[in-house]
Design a protein around this ligand. Structure first.
Ligand code: COA
Length: 270
């Protein structure tokens, strides 16, 4: 991976460099690279991130991080100010919502490596990732209330991912928390010294990349499905789906073999 210091020199980042993709075999590192604007998500940056997400669909784990003093300073406020009141504003917001769904439904397990400011949309990215590690210098918050608005994505994602009173504090008080407090609020899994952030995130990605890819993919999806289920429903969901899956894999193989041997069952053949 290029040295962050070399990249921060760029006055204006080229479109293809807005998100850097580093392929490491069974996992990848995605780096938001617009340090001069604190990795604010312009329309181009959002588009480029969506392309990068497609590029890493064959991975088991993805580390998401940023260049410079910010992980991501949220949506590009300059662009937003120009778009407010226009039809394109809602399209823009929708596209950012789509990014969150694309991370949540992605086959890879996502680890946010929070290297600095994660504000507004930057905090949404953390909530969308499956796991998160913060550098000691990270600062996380949803400052939208201070702009006279509700955090339309950072708000709901915080409500879904942290305890209700913590979410209310972040949203209603526009509270920016440091890494230790983010850990206490369970926004991140771990806090490490700044210089250890990437190596720690990469060690986590390497561990994930060693697991069975189907088990990992199902594991990620199952955790999401269970979020709103009762204890009994969650237990039932897992035992029913695992039984169907194991039955289906054996039964399907037998069915296909039988078809290939010339046998025709119900609904097969002319
Ligand atoms: N959108 C667009 N540009 C942004 C931005 C954003 N969300 N956040 C920072 N920038 C730009 C600044 O306008 C500035 O550009 P300029 O050099 O052309 O003037 C540049 O990034 C550096 O910002 P600056 O504030 O000088 O950096 P800093 O290191 O002192 O502070 C932040 C960094 C992230 C704390 C601060 O920029 C900030 O609070 N940004 C707004 C974050 C926010 O409220 N996000 C939620 C959006 S709803």
């Amino acid at each position: 991976m290029p040295e962050p210091d070399a990249r921060t020199e760029a006055a204006k980042t080229r479109y293809e460099d807005l998100v850097l993709v580093e392929d490491r075999g069974r996992y990848a590192v995605l780096t938001i690279n617009r340090p001069e604007k604190r990795n604010a998500m312009s329309q181009d940056a959002v588009r480029r991130l969506r392309e990068a997400l497609v590029q890493v669909r064959d991975k088991q784990a993805v580390v998401l991080t940023g260049v410079g003093p910010a992980f991501c300073a949220g949506m590009d406020l300059k662009e937003q100010a120009q778009l407010i009141g226009e039809h394109r504003y809602s399209q823009d917001v929708r596209e950012w919502t789509t990014v969150q769904s694309e991370i949540r439904s992605h086959p890879a397990v996502f680890i946010a490596a929070v290297n600095g400011y994660a504000l507004g949309g930057g905090s949404t990215l953390i909530h969308s990732c499956d796991l998160a590690i913060a550098a000691e210098s990270a600062q996380i918050g949803a400052p939208e209330m201070g702009f006279g608005g509700f955090p339309t994505q950072a708000g709901p994602s915080a409500v879904k991912r942290v305890a209700p009173k913590h979410a209310a504090e972040l949203i209603l008080m526009a509270r920016r928390v440091d890494a230790r407090e983010a850990f206490r609020m369970a926004i991140v899994n771990k806090v490490v010294p700044d210089e250890e952030l990437l190596s720690e995130a990469i060690a986590w990605a390497e561990q994930l990349a060693g697991f069975n890819p189907v088990a990992l993919d199902w594991g990620k999806k199952t955790i999401q499905r269970m979020e709103n289920l009762s204890w009994d429903d969650a237990m039932d969901y897992c035992s029913i789906t695992s039984q169907i899956t194991s039955m289906k894999s054996t039964a399907s193989r037998e069915g296909i073999d039988s078809f290939l041997q010339g046998n025709r069952g119900v609904g097969q053949g002319a």
